[in-house]
Design a protein around this ligand. Structure first.
Ligand SMILES: Nc1ncnc2c1ncn2[C@@H]1O[C@H](C[S@+](CC[C@H]([NH3+])C(=O)[O-])CC(=O)[O-])[C@@H](O)[C@H]1O
Ligand SMILES: O=C(O)C(=O)Cc1ccccc1
Length: 245
């Protein structure tokens, strides 16, 4: 992926009132740096999206990247897909993200077609899907939106298809929640974020990024019909599931 974006200093200066986190141009311009320094295991997850796409993309099928941002998952899929006739459909409802994503994708030479769609994932229908990547996006939808999205993904998937769902999680046990939160903040400090940046971003994300527990994710995937679900990755409070139709 392209590393030409700026360094994330969105929350570096004291703000009298911290407003809710939005995916505007300011965030989009630093997003590659922001997500790499804020999501432990991000690079590993993308590396494995390449592997999953190579293994599970079926010829003449669609591969989706839901909440594609700058196209990290899209590029990983493009590099992984070896089957012919595949199309990667990358969806995001932030015009700022999509505009930058389009630019970044121009440097990517691939035989596989890519379609960028500016839309709410809630308004999309999915069809003929062999690989669906939903990396750190479900966490921004409301509860009903989450359930409906997972159901519609399932409906649009081919037999043998896989959904890669990556999310920040919360822990039901208070002690466990505190432990992982502490370690996560230590990780952010090690990535160069100050205590002010950490606390202001935390405030901005309140009621915007609302994590579910692993149990809630597993139940929701099962309810939608996914028969085989593996939690294949966890790094601190970020996990990834592979769910098969
Ligand atoms: N309802 C929605 N419809 C469409 N897009 C949405 C919606 N809500 C949020 N988004 C978009 O989902 C993305 C979430 S970021 C994904 C990272 C990427 N997957 C990556 O692997 O680099 C994760 C994060 O910021 O923590 C943003 O680009 C939003 O505009
Ligand atoms: O959960 C957090 O505290 C994060 O910083 C994760 C994140 C990463 C990128 C955009 C929004 C949230």
């Amino acid at each position: 992926m392209d590393h030409s974006g700026d360094i994330d200093n969105v929350f570096a200066h004291y703000q009298e009132r911290v407003s809710g986190f939005v995916f505007d141009d300011k965030v989009a311009s630093v997003f590659d740096d922001m997500i790499r320094r804020s999501v432990p295991g991000y690079a590993t997850v993308l590396g494995m999206v390449h592997v999953f796409a190579e293994h599970f993309a079926q010829p003449n099928s669609n591969c989706y990247d839901l909440g594609c941002s700058l196209g990290g998952g899209t590029i990983a899929m493009l590099r992984g897909i070896k089957q012919s006739g595949c199309k990667v459909i990358a969806i995001d409802n932030s015009p700022a993200m999509l505009a930058r994503c389009e630019q970044i994708l121009q440097n990517e030479k691939s035989k596989t077609d890519v379609q960028l769609v500016e839309a709410d994932v809630a308004d999309m229908t999915f069809e003929n899907a062999s690989v669906v990547v939903c990396n750190y996006t479900l966490q921004f939808l409301d509860t009903t939106g989450r359930e409906e999205l997972i159901e519609r993904i399932y409906e649009g998937m081919l037999p043998g298809g896989v959904l890669i769902l990556s999310e920040k999680i919360k822990f039901e046990n208070t002690q466990e929640q505190e432990f992982f939160t502490d370690i996560y903040h230590d990780f952010k400090r090690l990535q160069g974020y100050s205590d002010l940046e950490i606390s202001q971003k935390r405030k901005a994300l309140e009621n915007v990024l609302v994590p579910d527990s692993t149990e809630t994710h597993l139940q929701r995937l099962k309810n939608a019909g996914f028969s085989r679900i593996h939690q294949w990755f966890q790094c601190v409070n970020f996990v990834s599931f592979a769910a098969f139709k």
